[in-house]
Design a binder for this molecule. Structure first.
Ligand SMILES: NC(=O)C1=CN([C@@H]2O[C@H](COP(=O)(O)OP(=O)(O)OC[C@H]3O[C@@H](n4cnc5c(N)ncnc54)[C@H](OP(=O)(O)O)[C@@H]3O)[C@@H](O)[C@H]2O)[C@@H](O)CC1
Ligand SMILES: Nc1ncnc2c1ncn2[C@@H]1O[C@H](COP(=O)(O)OP(=O)(O)O)[C@@H](O)[C@H]1O
Ligand SMILES: [K+]
Length: 484
């Protein structure tokens, strides 16, 4: 599991260590780790050209001390001083090692640029001349290494207001900062490397599950299993207008390991569901006629009229866990009572749907995903899976989970319906909302990547567009990659 921390916790942990250790120890460790990564990226340090972008704080100090180490190994190191002040010890050390101060024209000559403009002390949009320097790093041929966080990215939220450095590699100290795991920050950070500087940290604020964590969560059939014990999931999705949502959600559930899938909907989608997924047991329109289920999925393509509301309300009264998606979320944004349930509830909005629920503009949610996922979980008292460029899973009093799998190729109609069915199957299999949402997002992302790259079937290179059905088709491989 990868863990990440808000800036306040990192600062507290640093203070404790600084009080214990001789002055400069932590910065020395940070600079040594940073220089080691830079040397590895350069391959041959001797004779290479390294440019340091140096801000007025300790982030600039880290860059200067790393520059000193590289200069001692024969690199030609030039520092561009952007702040009204400069870390004195760092600058003296760089000079003593043969480094020199230069201007922005040095960037064109660089093999490697070290971005030490601002780190966790950054506030708001980058000001000049920092913003201009960050902009120039976009056009350099050099590898760009960010110190602690890419300058211009808010270390706590991943928010980017204005200009920000786009790094190839970010070398972060002591702990991953939450903003490095969440877009748009994550997209600016490139590959993130962690340097241990000996901080003692409490519980994380954000975590990213890895293969082995998800494998531990997945339900597996035992010799005494039968279809009912494995979990029956009910799916209320699709309408005369949106028939595809029904087929895709049922497909996600069938391939997601449900013991049985019960589908509830109108005649037209029922015909299609039966033709594509003969495994599903179908019921026309009447919630009272559906047999017992262990979890409900309510909403994809359901429609938002009165009849849809009646069905959603009847199903959500049940005492089993429920996943509410798509039109179900739109219905809940008009009638919050749908969310007041006795059993656990998981909602799976994209930013537009969450915007309707919270009454916050969509763009604001996209810019501050972490904040709004947390806020929704708190205000609505449900587990929230916020879809989009970084999928987040939030629940009150738990660290936010960031899904590390997935691909932007997933941004195509119908993939959300597949996710609903898949997560519903895991809920029916006995996982909590928090775990079902995390495992479903993980598997969904793995399946999508495999579909887009052709792996592991052996296409040699490249990626291709994918369809929601392709994601369903790759789910078995995604499971097998976790359950050997
Ligand atoms: N503490 C430790 O033990 C260790 C800390 N370490 C390192 O220290 C870093 C934190 O250092 P820090 O606290 O000095 O802040 P830092 O990130 O350099 O930025 C502050 C400066 O930036 C400026 N500035 C801010 N916003 C701006 C904007 N929008 N646009 C333009 N300028 C802006 C601001 O200027 P001012 O507002 O004062 O004018 C201020 O001078 C941390 O990320 C890690 O790299 C490691 O060595 C490990 C041990
Ligand atoms: N830029 C992106 N990068 C990665 N995944 C994305 C991106 N945009 C959307 N997705 C994923 O694609 C799926 C789309 O779901 P959704 O918006 O509900 O589509 P639909 O309603 O058409 O099924 C979600 O799993 C979401 O996380
Ligand atoms: K930086």
């Amino acid at each position: 599991m990868r863990t990440a921390y808000d800036v306040g916790k990192v600062r507290d942990a640093e203070r404790v260590q600084m009080a214990r250790l001789p002055e400069g120890t932590l910065m020395g460790r940070a600079a040594a780790g940073l220089a080691a990564t830079c040397a590895r990226l350069l391959g041959r340090v001797y004779g290479s050209r390294v440019v340091l972008l140096v801000g007025s704080g300790d982030n600039g100090g880290d860059a200067l001390y790393a520059g000193e180490r590289l200069a001692r190994r024969g690199a030609r190191v030039e520092a561009v001083l952007a702040g009204s002040r400069t870390h004195e010890g760092g600058l003296a050390a760089l000079r003593a090692a043969g480094g020199r101060v230069s201007d922005a024209s040095a960037l064109a000559r660089a093999d490697l640029v070290i971005d030490g403009l601002v780190g966790i002390g950054g506030k708001g949009a980058l000001r000049e001349p920092y913003a201009g320097l960050a902009r120039e790093t976009r056009h350099v041929r050099a590898t760009v290494v960010a110190v602690d966080v890419p300058s211009g990215v808010d270390a706590g939220t991943g928010q980017v207001e204005g200009e920000a450095v786009r790094a190839d590699v970010t070398v972060t100290f002591g702990a991953h900062k939450t903003g490095l795991l969440v877009d748009p920050g994550a997209a600016h950070a490139g590959v993130v490397e962690l340097v241990d500087i000996g901080l003692d940290l409490p519980d994380p604020d954000v975590v990213a599950l890895q293969d082995e964590d998800v494998a531990d969560l997945l339900p597996r059939p035992a010799p005494e299993s039968d279809k009912y014990r494995r979990g029956v999931v009910g799916i209320a999705a699709g309408s005369h207008l949106f028939t595809g949502a029904a087929v895709l959600a049922v497909g996600g559930a069938v391939r997601g390991g449900a013991g049985m899938v019960r589908y509830l909907g109108p005649e037209e989608p029922i015909g299609l569901v039966r033709a594509r997924w003969p495994e599903a047991v179908t019921t026309i329109d009447d919630p009272a006629k559906v047999g017992r289920v262990q979890a409900w999925v309510v909403g994809p393509g359901l429609g938002t009229g009165e009849e849809s509301h009646r069905i959603a309300a009847a199903l959500l009264k049940s005492d089993v866990p429920a996943l509410i998606d798509a039109d179900g979320i739109t219905l809940a944004s008009r009638d919050r009572a749908l969310l007041r349930r006795t059993a656990p509830t998981l909602i799976t909005p994209h930013a537009g749907e969450l915007s309707r629920l919270l009454g916050v503009p969509r763009e604001r949610i996209e810019a501050r995903r972490l904040e709004h996922a947390r806020r929704a979980a708190e205000e609505l008292g449900v587990t929230v899976l916020l879809k989009g460029s970084t999928t987040l899973i939030a629940e009150v009093d738990r660290p936010v989970r960031v899904n590390p799998t997935g691909t932007p190729w997933l941004a195509t109609g119908g993939t959300g319906d597949v996710l609903s069915g898949l997560a519903g199957a895991l809920l029916a299999g006995g996982l909590s909302c928090y775990d079902a949402a995390s495992a479903a997002a993980y598997l969904h992302g793995l399946a999508a990547r495999r579909a887009a790259t052709g792996a592991p079937a052996g296409l040699p290179y490249g990626e291709s567009p994918i369809s929601a059905e392709d994601v369903i088709a790759r789910l078995p491989e995604a499971f097998r990659s976790l359950i050997p």
